[in-house]
Design a protein around this ligand. Structure first.
Ligand SMILES: NC(=O)c1ccc[n+]([C@@H]2O[C@H](COP(=O)([O-])OP(=O)(O)OC[C@H]3O[C@@H](n4cnc5c(N)ncnc54)[C@H](OP(=O)(O)O)[C@@H]3O)[C@@H](O)[C@H]2O)c1
Length: 249
């Protein structure tokens, strides 16, 4: 058997930037096969050594496209024993007003609510259900990326974003209950202010009030995602870990 066949496999959405990119690096360092998902096709000049066979081009805002991606992922896993050890639902969108400020519950257009819920909430459950058989075969684990904005009003994160993340937090609990008897653990991580492109101007003001007085690094989030997918977290399911320097206290 080829050496690659013995590697554990993770499917990771939103792998191209920020927290997702750090997560690709962390799992690769640990010898995992990382199947990345994003809207961009695999760029031939990309320095990532895995190649196009480990990349899926998918627009998570499009339900039909998600269905096609699930079939394609299953097909690719089949060639490697039909097992999936981890699914990390990391991709997320957080639309803001043109000025960069928060979209509130009075003004947010319905099409924005729909897109946000499709990417942040429906895509994770569609992927988890679609890849259920492969996750069960590996006794794998799912990590849903929620947000500190899911449990309190945030100065920049919009209302559609916040409620989609709250729903994803609740879904994590429901999934842990339903997937657990099949040997699949389901957890969430709730980042606070992590140094990525999703942050708004003015975040430095928030940071002044965070107990640890700094932004989080993407690698610090990737470390917790890796921990939750590892055997070290084998009795952890239905949890949501806060990664925010104490911002929630
Ligand atoms: N950074 C923070 O402080 C923070 C705080 C709380 C929660 N979070 C959560 O952490 C996760 C990652 O955040 P981040 O800051 O790393 O975000 P980011 O830098 O904005 O990256 C977002 C990722 O999601 C992908 N994506 C967006 N829309 C997509 C779509 N329709 N289809 C497929 N992929 C899509 C993007 O890929 P392409 O554009 O290449 O397709 C990109 O890889 C998100 O769920 C976010 O809500 C972040």
């Amino acid at each position: 058997m080829a050496e690659t066949d013995s590697r554990k496999t993770i499917v990771l959405t939103g792998a191209s930037r920020g927290i997702g990119h750090a997560t690709v690096k962390r799992f690769s360092r640990e010898g995992w096969r990382v199947i990345t998902c994003s809207r961009q096709a695999f760029a031939e000049d990309c320095p990532w050594p895995a190649g196009p066979e480990d990349h899926i081009k998918v627009d998570l805002a499009d339900q039909e496209d998600v269905g096609i991606a699930v079939s394609e992922i299953r097909h690719r896993l089949e060639a490697h024993g039909g097992q999936l050890h981890a699914l990390v639902n990391n991709a997320g969108i957080s639309p803001k007003l043109r000025t960069g400020s928060r979209m509130d519950s009075i003004e947010t257009p319905m099409h924005v609510w729909r897109d946000v819920f499709q990417v942040n909430f429906f895509a994770p459950i569609m992927l988890a259900r679609g890849l259920f058989k492969e996750l069960a075969a590996a006794k794998g684990s799912i990590v849903n990326v929620t947000s500190i904005a899911g449990t309190r009003v945030h100065p920049f994160a919009g209302t559609a974003y916040a409620t989609s993340k709250a729903a994803l937090g609740s879904l994590t609990r429901e999934m842990a209950h339903d997937f657990g008897p099949h040997g699949i653990r389901v957890n969430a991580i709730a980042p606070g202010e992590i140094d990525t492109a999703i942050l708004s101007p003015g975040t430095d003001k928030i940071v002044e009030t965070i107990p640890l007085r700094r932004l989080g690094a993407t690698s610090e989030v990737a470390d917790i995602i890796f921990f939750l997918c590892s055997g070290q977290a084998s009795y952890v399911t239905g949890s949501e870990i806060h990664i925010n320097g104490g911002q929630h206290v």
